[in-house]
Structure formats: structure tokens, C-alpha cells
Design a protein around this ligand. Structure first.
Ligand SMILES: O=c1ccn([C@@H]2O[C@H](COP(=O)(O)O)[C@@H](O)[C@H]2O)c(=O)[nH]1
Length: 240
């Protein structure tokens, strides 16, 4: 596999759209650039499992970003249903605790078979929109964002999940404590000059990969661009 293909395979485009038609329009614009595609709650609640299946039919790898956070039994059932959809990656909130995360893995195990291979199961640490004020004064966790992220990452590892969602700024320490193979999926990606919006802990795509991120997640810098194809091409070129 060439360098360009590797970069494209590690770039996850966030399809944050209100309908399947809008998401499909972007896919048409990006034709021939087989990035990983992320379906989050906005698109999933509107378009449902059928759009996930449509992405798989079109040959895309799919990250279903529903961030499950519920009692263990409910998460177990949710994880089994997600696995039956054939997605490549999905996530749960680490804040749900170890038993909840272990239950997600039990749900996966129930549902895996040759037509539903095992997806990567990832724990969300602290959202990349969270800053230290929100963490301390609203969420009620004291200390730095980085220390909370690391505590959650270690919990995710102890529950047996494949990796975490975190900001690229935390990847080095996460890998140091949990091993190089512990997968890091990093939103909060902003090419130079793009609007930070509601994100707090951000880096450029290049900085993210230099920090050791396995996957970068990019939404609005591509989807809100006047020319999404040009935007993604310039990100890929910078990374090449
Ligand atoms: O901590 C997190 C977890 C998930 N996300 C998701 O990633 C994308 C980022 O989109 P941008 O438009 O590039 O900000 C979005 O779908 C989030 O739901 C995250 O940002 N942070």
C-alpha cells in the first residue's frame, strides 16, 4: 500500500448531515477517495441502519459514533445490534465504567460470525470540546483534562477495549501507558486557518499524525467547505 492510500485509510470523514441524501452528495463529491466514513448521531437518527449498510455496499469502512453510555445490559444489546450491522468501529463512553465496557465486548462476542466480523471497540475519554473549566466546574472532575483522559484511557485498556477517542495532544502519554498498539482515534483536527468552532483541544492533521495518532477524524473543515474535494485533497497533500 502506498503512502497516499495509508493516509486515506487513516482519515475518518465525519458525515454530520441531517439526511442520507446530503451525506450521499458528499460521497459523490469525494468519489475515488476511499476514506473511513463516520456516522454519528445526527445522521444515524435520521437515516438509520440502512445508510450504514449503504456505505458498506459502496465499500467504505464505517465508524459508527453513537458513544453508548447506559446500564451494562443495555450497552451489551446495543453492541450486539451494531456488530450485526457489520461496522468496522464503534464506541462507548469510558465514563460508563469498566463493567459497562466489558458488557459491550460481550455483546460483540454474541454477534460476531463470518458475516459480522469483530469491529474495533473504542472508549471515549474526554470529548475534544471539553476544556479544563468545563471539566472542573461543570462535570465536577478536578485536575487537568490530560490526567482525566489518561485515567479513562487506562480504564478502557483494563476493560479490554481496542483503544480510545481522545485529542491528538494526549496520544503520546496514552501510548506510553497503554502500549503502541492501543488504538487512538483523534477528532479535534483543524487544518491551519480553519475555524475551531466548538472544539477545544485541537491540532492540525500533520501534528496529529506526528503525535502518533492512528486515525484522525475531520468533519466541518471538509463538509462545510465550498469545495470538499479540494479541502480533503489539500489535507492529504500536506500529509504526503
Ligand atoms: O471527543 C470527541 C468525540 C467525537 N467527536 C466527533 O468528531 C467529529 C468532529 O467534527 P468536526 O466538525 O471536525 O469538529 C464530530 O462528528 C464529533 O461528533 C468529537 O469531535 N470529539
Amino acid at each position: 500500500m502506498g503512502k497516499r492510500e495509508k493516509i486515506i485509510g487513516r482519515t475518518i470523514v465525519a458525515l454530520d448531515y441531517a439526511s442520507a441524501d446530503e451525506a450521499q452528495r458528499l460521497l459523490n463529491q469525494l468519489k475515488g477517495i476511499p476514506c473511513y466514513m463516520k456516522v454519528g448521531m445526527q445522521l444515524f437518527y435520521a437515516a438509520g441502519p440502512s445508510f450504514v449498510l449503504k456505505l458498506k455496499e459502496q465499500g467504505y469502512k464505517v465508524f459508527l459514533d453513537l458513544k453508548m453510555h447506559d446500564i451494562p445490559n443495555t450497552v451489551k444489546g446495543g453492541a450486539a445490534s451494531i456488530t450485526r450491522l457489520g461496522v468496522d468501529m464503534f464506541n462507548v463512553h469510558a465514563a460508563g465504567g469498566k463493567k459497562m465496557m466489558e458488557s459491550a465486548l460481550e455483546g460483540v462476542d454474541q454477534a460476531v460470525n463470518p458475516s459480522n466480523p469483530k469491529p474495533l471497540v473504542i472508549g471515549v475519554t474526554q470529548l475534544t470540546s471539553t476544556n479544563v473549566t468545563t471539566l472542573n466546574k461543570e462535570i465536577g472532575i478536578s485536575g487537568s483534562v490530560e490526567s482525566s483522559v489518561l485515567q479513562y484511557a487506562n480504564l478502557v485498556k483494563s476493560a479490554g477495549l481496542d483503544g480510545v477517542v481522545a485529542s491528538p495532544l494526549e496520544v503520546t502519554n496514552i501510548k506510553e501507558q497503554n502500549g503502541i498498539d492501543f488504538v487512538t482515534v483523534t477528532p479535534g483536527i483543524r487544518p491551519i486557518g480553519s475555524n475551531i468552532g466548538d472544539q477545544s483541544r485541537v491540532t492540525t492533521p500533520k501534528e496529529a499524525f506526528n503525535e502518533g495518532a492512528d486515525y484522525i477524524v475531520i468533519g466541518r473543515p471538509i463538509t462545510a467547505s465550498d469545495d470538499p474535494r479540494k479541502s480533503i485533497e489539500s489535507i492529504i497533500e500536506e500529509l504526503e
